[in-house]
Design a protein around this ligand. Structure first.
Ligand SMILES: [Zn+2]
Length: 183
C-alpha cells in the first residue's frame, strides 16, 4: 500500500459526542473555553494570544496545531503582538515535542486560501506541527484502528503537558488544565 505524504490534509475533527456544546468556530470556542475542559478538548498549552491543540487524528504521534486566538483565515491580519505570541508558542512547542516525544524532524506549516490548500477549517488559521521519524511514511496504516489512535493521543497529551510544564514561565494549575504561559 502506497501512502501519499499529505499531513496538511489531516485536520482537527470532532470526537463523537465530545463537543456538542460548541456553536460556530470550534477554535474560537476553545480559545475562550473553560480551562477545566482543556484536557477533554486536548488543549495542552496556552499563551496570552495562542494555544496548542492536539490533532485527534494525528498524521504522526505528537501532531499538534498552534492556533492564534484571532478569528481570521488570512495570515496578514495578525498584528505584531499576535505574530510574536504565536511564533514564541511554536518555539515552545518544538521544545516540548523534543523533550516529550523526541522525533527526528518536523514538518510545520499553514493551509491558507481555502479548499485547494487541503484544510477543512479555512476561516481560523492554525499552524500544523507534525513530528517526523526516519522511515515513518507507512505509519498510519499500522495504527489505523481508531481506538489505538485515541489511546496514543491521550498518552501524547500527558507527555507534552509534562514537557511544557518543565519550561521556564510555565504555570500549572488543575490536573485537567492546559499549561499556561503568561507572557
Ligand atoms: Zn475562530
Amino acid at each position: 500500500m502506497d501512502q501519499v505524504f499529505a499531513p496538511w490534509r489531516i485536520e482537527w475533527v470532532e470526537r463523537e459526542g465530545g463537543n456538542d456544546d460548541v456553536d460556530g468556530c470550534v477554535f474560537c470556542a476553545f480559545a475562550d473555553g473553560d480551562l477545566a475542559e482543556d484536557r477533554d478538548r486536548r488543549v495542552v498549552a496556552r499563551s496570552a494570544r495562542s494555544f496548542v491543540l492536539l490533532n485527534n487524528y494525528p498524521y504522526n504521534p505528537g501532531h499538534v496545531m498552534v492556533i492564534p486566538h484571532a478569528h481570521t483565515g488570512d495570515y496578514r491580519d495578525l498584528d505584531d503582538e499576535a505574530l510574536l505570541d504565536h511564533a514564541r508558542l511554536k518555539q515552545r512547542t518544538f521544545d516540548a515535542l523534543d523533550d516529550g516525544i523526541g522525533p527526528d524532524a518536523y514538518n510545520a506549516g499553514l493551509n491558507l486560501g481555502g479548499g485547494a490548500a487541503g484544510g477543512s477549517i479555512d476561516d481560523h488559521l492554525h499552524t500544523h506541527v507534525v513530528p517526523r521519524w526516519e522511515g515513518d511514511t507507512n505509519f498510519m496504516p499500522v495504527v489505523s484502528d481508531t481506538q489505538v489512535i485515541v489511546e496514543a493521543v491521550d498518552e501524547t497529551y500527558d507527555r507534552l503537558r509534562d514537557a511544557f510544564a518543565q519550561q521556564e514561565g510555565a504555570t500549572v494549575d488543575g490536573e485537567d488544565e492546559a499549561v499556561v504561559f503568561a507572557e
